[in-house]
Design a protein. Structure first.
Length: 67
């Protein structure tokens, strides 16, 4: 079982920005991920780090108005 720590870092910054702007929290819950023999190579990669390839960094950049 793994949690996406890099994604969680982005989430922490987003929640801090929301709090400082007196906005409502996002309610986002980062998904846990179960590694199997069939997905460890692609999901863990050569650095053995789980970082979802779902475009979350681009989504946060859009929310924050960053190009």
């Amino acid at each position: 079982m793994a949690e996406p720590l890099i994604l969680q870092g982005w989430q922490i910054v987003d929640e801090a920005n929301r709090a400082l702007s007196k906005e409502k929290e996002s309610g986002f819950v980062a998904p846990a991920h179960l590694f199997l023999k069939s997905n460890i190579e692609s999901d863990g990669g050569p650095k053995n780090i789980y970082d979802p390839g779902n475009g979350y960094a681009d989504a946060y950049a859009k929310i924050w108005g960053v190009k």
